[in-house]
Design a protein around this ligand. Structure first.
Ligand code: ADP
Ligand code: MG
Length: 777
């Protein structure tokens, strides 16, 4: 043992010498100077003392004060100082892959090292980590997976959970697990970091844990709401909201200086958008204003206008634009590049910042542009707290973010842009005041802001819990509802029951709520259970090629575009890919056609002609590979098999796999001559989204449709559907493949009674006889 101690001691001393040498070098000195100026650095001693004296410490501080990059480093440095450096193992979780990757790279470079030496990262399917890695940045999901095989986190000395204010589902889940773990591992340190001041909530959850607040400093930021922005463009709103003197003056300048032609262009653009957004109706200062005010419509024109205005008239400083999502960012970017001012690379450096950007692109965000060039960053809410761009002076905030919402009563969920909270709006505004006084333009009326919720609901309260329940089961954490009742904020009982019920129906849990074999495999696949099911069956039936395309296609934004003004053309283009009453198979054809066109370097032309999004298709392409390697991890696919082993072009088989995955999302089809109608068990009459290939048919020669999603607007609409036959439903719907034949037949009986479909009744009788015989033999 003492030999081991000696080796570790020597290694620690080596690490210490290395750091000293780096800090003496010119680059190292510069870096240290930058670090010393961060607010977190001034609290270093206080933080380290608190961590050494307490098992749990909660740290809050303004975004950008140095929590993520500095605090894990302080711990590492102090461990190295005290010659324990070679034994410590610090895990720091991030809610998103992109931040785990960019932060680890930053920290390594602050330490004058390459990534993978003492600092590393690990995210799904990617990582950089060496034998000497002592500080590992990983996603929350990675830590949860590690807990699966290592319940006590053996060897880990510190766990840092970052960005807890975001209240993501994984983070809330992790906190329950860690809370259970602490008594079993008394020497393990837990550090929670948050950007906002709701630290008390977390502190009381951990029995009154110590809170340390890092005082920050930001310059004042002048706030403008939509009223003011429209006023700038020559529009006046009713009710007329006060504009401060500064605003009046600016307005006056604008109207004198703006070229007449551009002004009228803007005016008509604004007019259109106001019409589209039903602007007149918003005047009542109520929550209703939220529903009739639609920033998606105003967004682009006003943003373009504002950016031009800032570039031409404002002082230097970077601009940060908060958009709802990746797709918005890309369309806006295209629009801006076509603008003579904003598309001019000698004047504007246009960058994007979102969860799926490449790491080379990430680095550019932090760089200072050449003088005279204005940096404009189009970002998702990732730039709200996880990534800090230092030189931002102007913020444009569209007021929405993509958020999943779940309605337990109707058991439906959707990922839609929704209004941010007041806290988020403040965060966004704060981004403008880091280096000097800033300006923030909120592209929504003041009264809409007033109606925002104070905080966003935690994810665990607004998303379906199926995947979470699977995780709880596979981590052997006991009864699902008992476990979830110990959460920071527990989800509704109904939501938990719905999730358990669903998992039983799809055969992932048995009657006693234990994981089935299928459930175990599903828990290994980090995706919605229905998608996991398709992959598993696709692997078993050796038709992965098309199934991977379908599953990847369902995980990205719909590759089939439907521009407002060319809806008909787009739908007609889509229906060319359909011969067999299936949106899913249409996607497979479109994708395969694109692959061929890509090979001939005609991918873009193909997309353009067929109203397809090249970006989505590319995402599908890379996701397919990702999913395939996930399947290899589970052992369901042989490591040597290529996914291109032909899909057998057995469409019936693929239909069966689709049905297996999407069940119980099923509706009956009733053809009545010139049209057909659809019914589901829960909703009665339902309709198809107009962009479904099936919506263009006058008749569907199959008795059933399976669908992946239903959305309630006024009526219930089905999105993406595939027609299937009786026998496919009987064999692949429900739990028959799990061997629960009785349950299956009972459920089918329920369907039959409900839909009163005589042809199925015959088939059912027939099948039942066969199955009975089978069982007896
Ligand atoms: P917090 O976690 O408190 O929000 P961070 O530790 O992420 O703050 O950031 C601290 C400072 O380091 C910020 O000023 C930020 O701009 C800077 N920074 C972070 N990452 C990078 C990077 N990759 N390149 C340059 N500067 C960075
Ligand atoms: Mg941070």
């Amino acid at each position: 043992k003492s030999v081991m101690d000696k080796i570790l001691r020597r290694r620690s001393l080596q690490l210490r010498d290395q750091q000293c040498a780096w800090q003496e070098s010119p680059d190292g000195k510069k870096m240290l100077k930058f670090r010393r100026n961060l607010p977190a650095y001034k609290e270093k001693d206080r933080l380290l003392t608190a961590i050494s004296q307490n098992q749990v410490v909660i740290i809050s501080g303004e975004t950008g004060c140095g929590k993520t990059t500095q605090i894990p480093q302080f711990i590492l440095e102090s461990e190295i100082e005290s010659v324990r450096g070679a034994v410590c193992s610090i895990l720091c979780t991030q809610p998103r892959r992109i931040s785990a990757m960019s932060v680890s790279e930053r920290v390594a470079s602050e330490r004058g090292e390459k990534l993978g030496e003492s600092v590393g990262f690990k995210v799904r399917l990617e990582g950089m980590k060496g034998r000497d890695t002592r500080l590992l940045f990983c996603t929350t999901g990675i830590l949860l997976r590690r807990l699966l095989v290592d319940r006590n986190l053996k060897g880990v000395t510190h766990v840092i959970v970052d960005e807890i204010h975001e209240r993501g589902m994984n983070e809330d889940f992790l906190l329950i697990v860690l809370k259970d773990l602490l008594p079993r591992r008394p020497e393990l340190k837990l550090i929670l970091m948050s950007a906002t001041l709701d630290a008390e909530l977390f502190s009381s959850y951990f029995g009154g844990a110590t809170i340390i607040n890092i005082p920050g400093f930001t310059y004042p930021v002048r706030t403008h709401f939509l009223e003011y922005v429209l006023e700038m463009t020559g529009y006046r709103l009713t009710p007329y909201n006060q504009i401060d003197d500064y605003g009046q003056e600016k307005l006056w300048k604008m109207s004198k200086q703006a070229p007449r032609k551009r002004k009228s262009q803007i005016a008509s653009a604004v007019e259109d958008t106001l019409k589209a957004a039903n602007f007149n109706e918003y005047s009542s200062h109520t929550r209703e204003s939220l529903t009739c005010w639609n920033p998606d419509c105003i967004g682009f024109n006003l943003i373009e206008y504002l950016l031009c205005y800032i570039c031409e008239k404002e002082r230097p400083g970077a601009v940060l634009v908060f958009m709802t999502g990746w797709d918005d960012i890309n369309s806006l970017k295209d629009k801006l590049l076509a603008n003579p001012i904003l598309g001019d690379p000698f004047r504007v450096l246009l960058l994007t910042c979102h969860g799926s950007m490449a790491s080379s692109e990430q680095r550019l965000i932090f760089d200072e542009p050449e003088s005279g060039v204005r940096k404009i960053v189009l970002a998702t809410n990732i730039a709200e707290t996880s990534i800090t761009i230092n030189d931002v002076v102007f913020v444009i905030d569209c007021g929405k973010a993509k958020e999943t919402s779940y309605d337990a009563l109707n058991n439906t969920s959707c990922l839609l842009p929704s209004w941010i909270s007041k806290v988020s709006a403040q965060q966004r505004r704060g981004r403008a005041g880091r280096v000097q006084p800033g300006e923030c333009y909120h592209l929504y009326p003041r009264c809409v802001y007033d109606a925002f919720a104070e905080y966003q609901l935690p994810e665990i309260l607004r998303t379906p819990l199926q995947s979470l329940c699977l995780q709880i089961k596979s981590l052997r954490l006991g009864s699902i509802s008992e476990f979830l009742s110990r959460a920071l904020q527990s989800p509704e009982l109904l939501a938990v029951q719905n999730a358990i019920e669903y998992l039983k129906i799809i055969g992932a849990l048995d009657r006693n709520e234990d994981l089935t074999v299928l459930g175990k495999y599903l828990a290994m696949l980090p995706m919605e259970p229905k998608l996991g099911k398709m992959l598993i069956l696709g692997a078993i039936f050796n038709c992965l090629e098309p199934v991977l395309t379908i599953v990847a296609g369902l995980s990205v934004r719909d590759p089939f575009l439907a521009p407002m003004d060319k809806k008909d053309l787009a739908e007609a283009a889509k229906s060319q890919f359909s011969r067999d009453y299936s949106d899913h198979l249409a996607l497979v054809r479109a994708f395969e056609g694109w692959k061929v066109a890509e090979r001939d370097l005609a991918g873009y032309e193909y997309c353009w002609k067929n109203f397809l999004s090249a970006q989505s298709l590319k995402a599908v392409d890379s996701l397919r590979k990702e999913f395939c390697s996930l399947l290899k991890d589970t052992g369901l696919v042989d490591c040597n098999t290529s996914i291109y082993n032909g899909w057998g072009h057995d469409e019936h088989l693929v239909r069966a796999v689709i049905c297996y995955g999407l069940y119980p999302g099923i509706s009956s089809v009733v053809n009545n001559g010139r049209s057909f109608s659809l019914k589901t068990m829960e909703d009665g009459q339902v309709l198809l989204y107009s962009n479904s290939v099936n919506a263009r048919e006058s008749e569907i020669p199959y008795p059933w449709l399976v669908f992946n999603e239903k959305i309630k607007v006024n009526s219930v609409f089905l999105r993406d559907s595939t027609a299937i036959s009786d026998s496919v439903l009987l064999l692949f719907g429900g739990s028959i493949l799990q061997g629960d034949i009785d349950g299956h037949l009972k459920m089918m009986g329920g369907y039959l009674e409900f839909f009163m479909n005589p042809s199925v009744a015959d088939l059912y009788q027939c099948l039942r006889r066969e199955l009975d015989e089978l069982i007896q033999n």
